[in-house]
Write a protein that binds this ligand. Structure first.
Ligand code: N01
Length: 543
């Protein structure tokens, strides 16, 4: 069987126009590949083209929510806020597309529906929803962690006569809430940002909560000219910190234990970190909050007191207080979230006590009655991490379906490749680190480009991780997640563990060993000549 008996239409197909896809497209083009890239949206920007809901902003820090490969760009661009809002991140990603001439590679408003590896030609065959078919030697995904939205599995939504929105499919034209009765279902990162933003616009706001979250303030504010100057002057140091931090944050790791710190000292530190906002509480206070349940209980008790001090009605405060450890599920950040529940036009419905049973013409029906509303906002999240893959038809060697391969949860090596799916590479895919995204997208995009260069220089036509490597990576990843508070993810309905969706395999979908550890492992894999990958010249030689 000859390899490439038919010439491919292009060298590589990339799916996705967010941070991951844009950078992969750039790197592959820069090493001389002919690249076609696709995205279902009508513009570049990935998750930021879809998640336009009021209040949408990143909780990453401005100086790290960007690429670092181009010093000129670092010196020319800066966000205006500490935690950039949706419009500004979208502007940045559009700038990336223009500045690096990436648009010409992209076909937008187009979904790749299938990717099938053809052993006869050694090529990937792609089909799009616009009826185009094409072939490529390499297949690179930048599908995004949270790109496959879900809706509540209860009947009657089509009967509702008001407006319905999902936070991740928000219209470009602004939605008016003034004077309206608004229902929000879901209290994850999107829901709490939305609630905090529209609370003073809506006439009535009813929040349907399934699992409460530990919601820290954001600490957002404008970035000062002096801060921008300092960041530019010390940019190498910012990069070093990000490179070495588990979450890709520009912070040194602390080395002090909560359980060994006197109560008044730790409370002062919690208070300071709470004021700073976002992830400061988790990363800037103590090293044992994620590893030691006793330490985590201390910070949770402190936050529970905080919630009780903000929310005037003790019953509501209790309902808003999580029972899961901090970090068991992805903690959101929003300003004024708990304060919203002190307003007379805001109601909280605990759907564990009072389940939603359906939608009606006029609103939402629960086990205890009907809530009449004008607008329903679904902030119900995603079939996260794996959903964007399993909604596609992806088949590897021997017609093996990715869906079958992942029937009990994702199996990859380093989150970068899958056994039986040669020359398919993933950026920010399942089992890659859960961390600030752009640094990982840049590291992983570089790693994939370097591997392809290595293949070219060594007469290697096909690579894929070995099955053993996948098994070991999944075992390691699971052990890491089990050693941290993430082990409580199942009971907290965490999407980290697939637990937000009934029937989804319960498995850890992301790597919690951190950005730094993952980057080290990837670097070692490359330096040692990719020992965990099969590397062959002919497709028939693949195991
Ligand atoms: O989604 P989520 P999200 N009936 O899955 C509830 C990133 N992000 O869009 O917790 C009723 O977190 C569900 O309840 P439960 C970030 O990584 C970042 O908010 O599963 N409720 C939950 O409350 C984030 O983690 C930013 O019990 C239902 C909510 O809906 C990820 O995207 C901003 C339900 C979904 O929360 C996803 O965030 C926004 C049902 N049938 C997003 N199904 C920032 O950077 C689900 N829920 C700040």
């Amino acid at each position: 069987m000859d390899n490439f008996s038919a010439a491919p239409d292009v060298d590589a197909v990339v799916i996705g126009a967010g941070f991951s896809g844009l950078y992969a497209t750039k790197r592959l083009r820069d090493i001389g590949l002919a690249v076609r890239a696709f995205d279902a949206a009508d513009g570049v920007g990935g998750v930021w083209t879809w998640n336009r809901y009021p209040g949408a902003r990143t909780d990453s820090l401005h100086e790290t929510y960007c690429f670092t490969f181009d010093k000129d760009l670092v010196n020319e661009w800066s966000y205006t806020e500490i935690h950039p809002g949706q419009a500004e991140v979208l502007e940045y990603l559009n700038l990336i597309a223009d500045r690096f001439d990436l648009r010409r590679h992209y076909t937008l408003t187009t979904t790749v529906t299938s990717a099938v590896f053809d052993e006869a030609t050694g090529l990937w065959n792609f089909l799009t929803d616009k009826g185009e078919s094409l072939t490529a030697k390499y297949f690179v995904t930048g599908l995004g962690l949270v790109s496959a939205p879900i809706l509540p599995n209860v009947p009657g939504l089509e009967e509702f006569e008001g407006e319905v929105y999902h936070t991740s499919r928000w219209p470009e034209t602004p939605v008016e809430f003034d004077g309206k009765r608004v229902a929000v279902i879901g209290t994850g990162s999107s829901g709490v940002q939305f609630v905090s933003t529209v609370v003073d616009q809506a006439r009535e706001l009813t929040v349907f909560q399934r699992t409460p979250n530990w919601v820290a303030p954001t600490g957002n504010r404008p970035v000062t000219a002096q801060e921008i100057e300092e960041i530019r002057a010390n940019h190498d140091e910012v990069c070093r910190l990000v490179r070495n931090h588990p979450a890709g944050w520009p912070w040194e790791m602390v080395d002090r234990k909560c359980v060994e710190t006197p109560a008044e000292v730790r409370e002062a530190m919690f208070e300071e970190a709470w004021e700073e906002g976002g992830f400061a509480l988790l990363y800037k206070t103590f090293s044992d909050l994620s590893t030691d349940k006793a330490a985590n209980d201390i910070v949770c008790a402190w936050m529970a007191k905080k919630i009780a001090s903000i929310v005037e009605d003790p019953e509501i405060a209790k309902k808003l207080t999580p029972t899961h450890p901090y970090g068991a599920k992805r903690p959101p950040a929003a300003d004024g979230y708990y304060q919203a529940f002190n307003k007379s036009h805001v109601r909280l419905v605990d759907i564990k006590e009072e389940p939603i049973t359906g939608f009606t013409k006029k609103g939402i029906r629960t086990s205890q009655g009907e809530f009449e509303v004008d607008v329903i906002v679904m902030a119900t999240g995603f079939d996260a991490i794996t959903g964007a893959f399993t909604r596609m038809d992806i088949r590897g060697v021997g017609g093996k379906e990715l869906n079958d391969h992942w029937s009990e949860g994702p199996l990859t090596y380093l989150g970068l490749g899958v056994a039986g799916f040669p020359n398919m590479f993933m950026v920010a895919g399942p089992q890659s680190p859960f961390a600030n995204l752009p640094p990982g997208a840049q590291e992983q995009g570089n790693w994939i480009a370097d591997l392809i260069v290595h293949m070219r220089e060594n007469g290697i036509e096909f690579v894929q991780p070995t099955e053993q490597a996948e098994i070991e990576w999944t075992k390691h990843l699971t052990e890491v997640a089990e050693s941290l508070m993430t082990r409580y993810g199942l009971e907290a309905n965490s999407w980290f563990a697939g637990a937000n969706i009934e029937g989804k395999p319960r498995a850890f979908n992301v790597y919690f060993g951190g950005h730094a550890a993952h980057t080290d492992l990837c670097a070692a894999e490359a330096a040692e000549g990719y020992p965990h990958f099969e590397k062959v010249a002919k497709v028939a030689e693949l195991a």
